[in-house]
Design a protein around this ligand. Structure first.
Ligand code: ADP
Length: 163
């Protein structure tokens, strides 16, 4: 049973993330999407909101679990018996950071392999930051995220915060 962990902030989840989720679920027996409860980051969505949005959008994938985690990714990976961690690579700019993280994680947990999936060509520009930026100005985010979560994102800026 090969378990892979796909960790991230997913604030909010985008088509780029969903593409990586679908593709890696096809390669592993079980995929766990780990939503990082990063207290330092000023998140747009609460941890439960982020987990529930991903659950709703991936309910058709049988070998997938969506959970939140605190603290070090390697500790969580060990806890769930993951032998691989999935990361998406968009551009060269991702590479240096990801290499550093992968190599330091390897020292902490040698049995854990980091597997990089290259982004789908349609989503190489896409990040949660871009989604938040466009949404904050009331822009069109329909190319970035599924239609079902657009109102939830817009509400954050144009109802809750009155920005
Ligand atoms: P971070 O760890 O910076 O909070 P995110 O939560 O945004 O990252 O993303 C989690 C993972 O998804 C990372 O490996 C990131 O490279 C990957 N990712 C994000 N956006 C895309 C995209 N458009 N295409 C492919 N992979 C992506």
């Amino acid at each position: 049973m090969k378990i892979a962990l796909y960790p991230g902030s997913f604030d909010p989840v985008t088509f780029g993330h969903l593409d990586i989720i679908h593709r890696s679920a096809g390669v592993f027996d079980e995929l766990v999407v780990g939503v990082l409860n990063n207290r330092q980051k000023n998140a747009l969505f609460s941890i439960n909101e982020r987990v529930n949005m991903i659950k709703e959008l991936t309910k058709d994938i049988p070998n997938l679990r969506v959970e939140s985690f605190d603290g070090l990714m390697v500790d969580y990976a060990r806890e769930i018996h993951a032998t691989a961690v999935i990361r998406g690579l968009r551009a060269v700019t991702d590479f240096e950071y990801e290499l550093q993280i992968a190599q330091s994680n390897k020292i902490q947990y040698p049995e854990l392999e980091t597997i990089f999936l290259t982004t789908d060509i349609h989503y190489s520009y896409l990040s949660s930051t871009i989604v938040r930026e466009f949404a904050s100005y009331g822009g069109d985010i329909s190319h970035f995220v599924p239609a079902s979560i657009i109102p939830k994102i817009m509400d954050k800026y144009h109802t809750d915060k009155k920005e």
